[in-house]
Design a protein around this ligand. Structure first.
Ligand code: TA6
Length: 297
């Protein structure tokens, strides 16, 4: 890594040929892998447990997505919109190695910029020229911005998600608020079905895979056991995805211990389905999320 790192940021390897940055500031500890520009750990100093869940059996290999942390899904969400058999689920950004552009520490927060440059491997899946940056501000709060600039001469269609995995004491202790009265697409149902959330608090008793649409409002995870709540704010997004694989799906995932569906919940700032953005030549889209942890006495 060509740039000089401040004392609070150390270059480490999470596995062979798997570089990352270890961040230890007054306000937080965090780990950021260059593969996928993937935040695998964040814990602000005012909470005594990690906020981000990382699977203990995550595969740390170039070309593989990390189970847990905050995968950056880009430039499409979930299955490729027209040719899912030829392109990876959730796009290419999370399986490619990013370059470190800058890393500084200001007032206890680490400010880090990474960039994904085009390559033949990427161009096989992404048919347009682009500039893609990931901007991290890691301190008492955590903010992540995925910034895409369309370098093509024509419009492009852009989807994606900041696919955040939040750590829980147990899924039975977790509720989510902020989604009441919001319409959603239940993609776990066969066939998929549309509904509107009526209850104020969302609880989890089965596989949950929902795309909430039409809202840019924050969601809040309440953890009764750990007496904390996590506010998930977002910008540049009108779809929020809520996912927990539950028993069967968790058992089918080779990089997740069977019972670990109990230990996390995904709340994702997304541009999914009808929130896919059309970007004109030269224009930029910023998909943003921010986590705020509040201790409940
Ligand atoms: O964001 C929810 C979702 O799209 C689910 O449908 C589920 O597949 C999850 O992402 C995980 O996807 P992955 O490709 O990481 O296994």
């Amino acid at each position: 890594m060509p740039i000089t790192l401040p004392d609070e940021i150390t270059a480490i390897a999470l596995a062979d040929d798997y570089p990352a940055l270890q961040i230890e500031t007054a306000d937080c500890s965090a780990t950021l892998a260059l593969n996928g520009a993937h935040l695998t750990h964040w814990q602000p100093s005012h909470t005594d447990r990690p906020v981000i869940y990382l699977s203990p059996t995550a595969i740390l290999q170039q070309g593989k997505a990390i189970r847990g942390g905050v995968p950056l899904c880009w430039p499409w969400f979930n299955a490729h919109p027209t040719d899912p058999d030829s392109h990876p689920s959730h796009g290419v950004a999370r399986i490619e190695r990013w370059d470190l552009v800058s890393a500084t520490v200001e007032d206890g927060s680490a400010i880090i910029e990474l960039e994904l440059k085009a390559s033949p491997g990427i161009e096989a899946h992404v048919p347009f020229p682009f500039q893609l940056k990931a901007l991290f501000n890691l301190g008492q709060t955590c903010s992540i911005v995925l910034e895409t600039t369309n370098l093509a001469k024509e419009n492009i269609a852009l989807g994606g998600a900041l696919h955040s995995y939040f750590s829980l004491s147990h899924i039975d202790n977790a509720t989510v608020t902020g989604l009441q009265h919001t319409p959603y697409l239940d993609t776990a149902a066969r066939p998929e079905k549309s509904a509107v959330q009526t209850e104020r608090e969302l609880r989890f008793q089965a596989e949950t895979d929902r795309i909430y649409y039409g809202s840019d409002l924050p969601a809040r995870i309440h953890d009764a056991e750990w007496k904390r709540s996590i506010v998930v704010e977002k910008a540049g997004s009108l779809t929020s995805v809520v996912w927990n694989p539950w028993i069967e799906k968790a058992a089918s995932l080779g990089d997740l211990p069977d019972a670990d569906y109990q230990r996390f919940l995904c709340i994702e700032a997304a541009n999914a389905r009808h929130d896919t953005r059309i970007l004109a030549p030269g224009s930029t889209h910023r998909l943003e999320t921010r986590f705020i942890v509040e201790n409940l006495s």
